[in-house]
Design a protein around this ligand. Structure first.
Ligand code: GLY
Ligand code: MN
Ligand code: MN
Length: 429
């Protein structure tokens, strides 16, 4: 299952329609070294994936918008028998045209000359600096070269990412199908992990069920490093060490989601290591679960994300007062932001090709629209500190689901993964 060629074309046309006459250039991210001559496994820049699906490193995407025609051009690594024997197949310019429907394709060695030429015909360049230093230099040199020729040159440089990311925030039916498939795989992984926690001794043993299940069902990789935190580790938001012993009587927080067809899923569940929640764990868990369910229920077109956040903050603050972690009036605590000691992250984010999707189109000030996909992930994290009642110290709970905004409400893509105390305890029996 993948995005169709027609959809890629529609996306490029939509970008072209939004552009002034000019040239748009998107570089791939550079490869990065893991060790000596070994690189980290490469993942293409999300905007290149969004606009054409080409996955090889060292690729530059160009869209040209002119008076009478528009063009989609790819600069790609050249085919090389020796390289391909060692490192795998490349598409080359022929593949870029035949499989990815580029109107034109060139080898990377031509990038500087072509851009210098094209820049003499345009005053407007769409380019995101600071993503790939070597392409930044090519762009600046090509501008200087065009200027030297005393014709036109790009006097206006615009960041194209706000245009593209605004589009990325609204998912098509093809994208939602990929997200559904990815969600199913991630749900299966969480279920397998829950069922096998009682017979695991270390966090990494539980983590292994995610790697295995993701790959088994066709996901290429995790959408982000798995967070598998037992006991107090659950209070470290992006804990990825995952090497501690699992202790009887403590909770385990797992935040893990696969990428499927280049689309992320992002799910968190928190469950008891021995299969039974203690009374105090139940108290905190039910506060988080109730807040999460209420926020999800509110999701529909026309609702602002801020109103969901406000609701979550109010309800979590009420809960924290009930737990004797905060004192005084809800209103004053909300105003003073005292809850941030225990709930220090946002309620959610867009999700899509990036797990924290559309970074140049901020969710926090938006009103929800049909086709948007967001996470809802309230949490309570209680530090081990002297002024905290002993029974509550070190409890960390987050519950996270992935929600599509529909015409009249929403669909929870990850609803099939149990989250009530009764359901979780039953699965772990
Ligand atoms: N997995 C990172 C997050 O929930 O935002
Ligand atoms: Mn998450
Ligand atoms: Mn998330």
């Amino acid at each position: 299952m993948k995005i169709s060629i027609e959809e890629y074309k529609r996306r490029r046309n939509q970008v072209l329609q939004t552009m002034k006459n000019g040239i748009l250039v998107i570089p791939s991210l550079p490869e990065s070294t893991m060790s000596n001559d070994v690189n980290f496994v490469y993942r293409q820049n999300s905007d290149i994936l969004y606009l054409c699906g080409f996955e090889e490193p060292n690729t530059t995407l160009v869209l040209k918008k002119g008076e009478d025609k528009n063009e989609f051009i790819l600069f790609v690594p050249k085919r090389d028998k020796l390289f391909e024997t060692w490192n795998g197949r490349r598409e080359g310019t022929v593949g870029a045209k035949e499989k990815f429907f580029a109107d034109e394709a060139f080898e990377n060695s031509e990038l500087k000359n072509k851009l210098s030429d094209w820049f003499t015909e345009t005053e407007c360049l769409y380019f995101p600096f600071k993503f790939n230093q070597s392409i930044d230099e090519v762009i600046l040199n090509s501008i200087s070269e065009a200027k030297r020729q005393r014709k036109l040159y790009p006097v206006e440089i615009i960041n194209p990412l706000p245009i593209i990311h605004k589009m990325r925030a609204i998912k098509s039916s093809e994208e939602i199908e990929l997200l559904k498939k990815g969600s199913k795989i991630s749900i299966e992984a969480h279920l397998t992990a829950m069922k096998n926690t009682k017979n695991s001794k270390f966090e990494y043993e539980v983590e292994a069920y995610y790697d295995f299940t993701f790959k088994k069902y066709g996901s290429k990789r995790a959408a982000y490093p798995h967070i598998v935190g037992g006991g107090e580790n659950a209070t470290i938001l992006h804990y990825i060490t995952n090497d501690s012993k699992l202790n009887d009587g403590e909770l385990l927080l797992v935040d893990a989601g696969c990428e499927y067809g280049n689309y992320a899923t992002d799910i968190t569940r928190t469950w008891p290591i021995n299969g039974r929640f203690s009374d105090v764990q139940k108290e905190v868990y039910d506060i988080v679960l109730q807040v999460q369910n209420e926020c999800i229920k509110m999701i529909k077109p026309g609702v602002s994300f801020q109103s969901l956040t406000d609701h979550a903050i109010k309800k979590i603050t009420e809960g924290l007062i009930k737990l004797n972690l905060l004192e005084g009036e809800v209103k004053d605590n909300v105003k003073e932001k005292t809850y941030r000691r225990f709930f220090m992250h946002g309620l959610g984010h867009w999700m899509g090709i990036d797990v924290h999707d559309s970074p140049f189109y901020n969710l926090q000030d938006k009103t929800l629209e049909e086709g948007m996909v967001i996470t809802v992930e309230p949490g309570i994290y209680i530090p081990v500190e002297d002024d905290i009642p002993e029974r509550l110290r070190g409890i960390g709970i987050r519950i996270e689901d992935d929600i599509v905004v529909t015409k009249n409400g929403n669909v929870n893509l990850t609803a099939e993964l149990p989250k009530t105390i009764e359901e979780i305890e039953k699965i772990m029996e």
